[in-house]
Ligand binder design. Structure first.
Ligand code: SF4
Length: 556
């Protein structure tokens, strides 16, 4: 058994196979080709193939794609629905109202519906054809620094073949030290490595707290006879029920190819009620008369969940340090106001590529040169979009009708609003302790709500996400203090992890009367990161499991 770690050197290394890094790698190869520069470029992805961890609504504004690959349609870019004809609904428990006026920023003319999983697989084909070395099934588990600790010089991938007691199995393969002149971090929402960089280099230190939303989504196949398939509507958004006006979020329903729809619910993680269960709310959305009628006779083909960085402008980190750049959702580039982040992610990757080429030419890989990426973002439409929406997420977090007052003032003041900046509360601080009188409300079973086809429970959802992990490996969810779960957390919040996790990874088992223990089912994990974000004691750390594990999304 060879235990020695090898070093694999690259000129440029991209961490994560999402739209930001794939667009960045394609643009980089094109720019290098124009200048006659030869580059060794690597890209690693923790999923077992590109696209297997990619999940989004997803409406694509093609502005960055048109710039990157102008003939994208001729090159076979997978589009599910070429036109977005929007409808916007306010829902009460049993009724719905078509909202006649929607703000400009919510209009989707010129956009199209895609499957992010298919789209990223297609982008990866484009990147590989240009010479990018793509390594799926490799998780980055540590950042490599120069000997003086001032510069990032690459990323270490995790060992494979370690058992649950941290012993080497016969299948052991040591990880690899991937080194590079410049490393581009595009790990997606709540990246583990970017947090490690922050702890060392403080890239988020003078920013407002990172805040997130959890999205649960299904792709549902409808029968030929379904009335919605022949309707003009291709895009629907809802607000109100089941979240009400105190909790940020809403539903979406997009028409896809082959009689399919994409249906999802987004829940802002600054919610206060410890009994809130995003998965339950998603089922309630499906049962609402407006949605239930549309999906009648359908069958869930795939389900998944992920978090979205919702903070926007005031939460973006420093975008460059010596030896590294940060792009896409990792760098909070998603525009919550437009409910879109693929176009901003792609553009950020492309601007990173435009910074890398002159830095290589000048042979200066420090923040002095790489910091020009920040200026490029500031001069681009990414900045214009984000600056106009700089207080939007905070306004949506306001309770009841107050949110509309803030949104209205922001609408007429180009985003400035009542206060600028409006403060943001970190998601893990917002749960209200529950009084004993509410204890009986916990986890009313949903069993009667499921039919196994159109309405599926969490475990069936995990099955439909294709999620698999090597069972015999160290648990990738680190709960620092298990006693806290069965004592203080039970009394104060009734163990909200058992509800906010969409994959039933956390269960409280009563071993004897009054004696509870937290049981983990890490093999179910969808890698959404909700637990690490929302846990009120910061008691949970999500670490990267063995590469290749996790969901196997193909049409989400
Ligand atoms: Fe998401 Fe955490 Fe549950 Fe995994 S364990 S599915 S990261 S909430």
């Amino acid at each position: 058994m060879n235990d020695a770690r090898e070093e694999l050197p690259f000129d440029i290394l991209f961490i994560g196979g999402g739209p930001a890094n794939l667009a960045g790698a394609i643009h980089l190869m094109n720019l290098a080709g124009e200048k006659g520069i030869e580059l060794e470029v690597g890209l690693i992805e923790k999923g077992d193939e590109i696209g297997s961890h990619a999940l989004s609504g997803a409406i694509l504004d093609p502005i960055a794609l048109e710039e990157l690959i102008p003939d994208y349609l001729a090159k076979g870019c997978p589009i599910e629905e070429p036109e977005c004809r929007d409808e916007f609904y306010f829902l009460t428990r049993n009724r719905y109202f078509n909202v006649p006026f929607t703000p400009r920023y919510m209009h989707n003319e010129g956009c199209c519906v895609i499957s992010l999983s298919k789209f990223t697989r297609w982008l990866a084909e484009m990147a590989e054809s240009l010479g990018v070395n793509i390594f799926p099934g490799f998780s980055g588990t540590g950042v490599i620094y120069s000997s003086d600790n001032h510069r990032i010089t690459g990323v270490a991938t995790g060992d494979k073949g370690i058992d649950k007691n941290s012993h080497k199995k016969s299948t052991f393969e040591p990880g690899v030290d991937l080194t590079a002149k410049i490393t581009v971090f595009g790990e997606g929402s709540r990246g583990s490595l970017i947090q490690e960089v922050d702890r060392k280099m403080g890239i988020f230190s003078d920013k407002m707290p990172q805040v997130f939303e959890t999205a649960i989504k299904e792709v549902i196949e409808l029968p030929d006879s379904n009335h919605f398939l022949s309707s003009d509507t291709t895009v629907m958004h809802t607000f109100g029920y089941p979240l009400g006006l105190h909790t940020k979020g809403g539903g979406f329903l997009y028409k896809m190819a082959k009689n399919r729809i994409s249906l999802g619910l987004v829940v802002g993680l600054e919610y206060e009620n410890p009994l809130m269960e995003p998965y339950r709310a998603f089922i309630q959305l499906k049962q609402h008369p407006l949605i239930a009628k549309i999906i009648e006779g359908g069958k869930v083909l795939q389900q998944g969940a992920k978090t979205l960085p919702a903070g926007g402008y005031y939460t973006m980190p420093s975008l460059a340090v010596d030896g590294a750049l940060f792009v896409g959702d990792s760098a909070s580039m998603l525009n919550t106001q437009r409910l879109k982040g693929i176009h901003t992610a792609m553009k950020s990757g492309m601007l990173a590529a435009e910074t890398i080429i002159p830095a290589l030419e000048e042979d200066d890989l420090t923040r002095r040169t790489l910091g020009k990426y920040e200026s490029k973002v500031k001069q681009s439409w990414i900045h214009r979009e984000h600056y106009a929406a700089r207080n939007f997420s905070q306004a949506l977090s306001k309770k009841g009708l107050l949110k509309f007052v803030h949104l209205g003032v922001q609408y007429f003041t180009q985003g400035k609003g009542v206060n600028d900046p409006l403060p943001i509360e970190a998601d893990h601080t917002t749960l209200k302790e529950m009084g004993d009188e509410k204890a009986t409300e916990v986890s009313v079973p949903m069993a009667n709500d499921f039919d196994g086809e159109l309405y599926v429970d969490k475990l069936t959802g995990v099955y439909l996400s294709g999620t698999q992990h090597v069972e015999d490996q160290p648990c990738h969810l680190i709960v620092q203090d298990m006693d806290l779960c069965s004592t203080r957390c039970y009394h104060e919040y009734r163990n909200p992890c058992t509800r906010f996790c969409p994959a039933q990874v956390y269960e409280m088992v009563e071993e004897s009367p009054g004696v509870r223990r937290l049981k983990l089912n890490p093999a179910n994990c969808l890698h959404c990161k909700t637990c690490e974000i929302k846990d009120p004691y910061n008691n949970i750390t999500w670490t990267c499991p063995e590469g290749g594990g996790g969901p196997k999304y193909s049409i989400t």
